[in-house]
Design a protein around this ligand. Sequence first.
Ligand SMILES: [Zn+2]
Length: 167
Amino acid sequence: MDQLILSKDLHWEKVAICEKVFLLKKANENNAHGLFANKNFKKGDKMFQFKAKNIVSKPTYLTVQIDDNKHFSLDPDFLQYMNHSCDPNVFLNSKDLTLTALKSINKGDELSFFYPSSEWDMEQPFICNCGALQCHRYIAGAHAIKSEVLEKYTLNEYIKRKLSESR
Ligand SMILES: [Zn+2]
């Protein structure tokens, strides 16, 4: 990964950059953060390899769930700024620790993933305003979404196992 670089422009504060993705911190009243593509990707591309660190038994709003009592933090840290969407363009694969493009992504597009693809019962549910037609509005983890809806998404092994156990 390239060295982290700090820079600023009129609307966005670029707080981290690497070869393939970069993080922009939007300087608006919402103080919104996002992660954006720094190049074009095709559907199915492995976009980025990350690491898991600090496996803990209690989740926070920044951890990724891999088992009932196992949650890890993302390394590099800036991946935590990737937002949720109910129509995601990225799959965060907690098994091979990659970000995979779920559709073609253009340079400059915001990257988003579907939080319930790894989280069964989220510590901090929220109201989603992603704007997708299929937006679920209340995001509280996979347990709160009908299984036939959930199965249309790319899901991590842990969520697939929970789904089969809940039948
Ligand atoms: Zn949504």
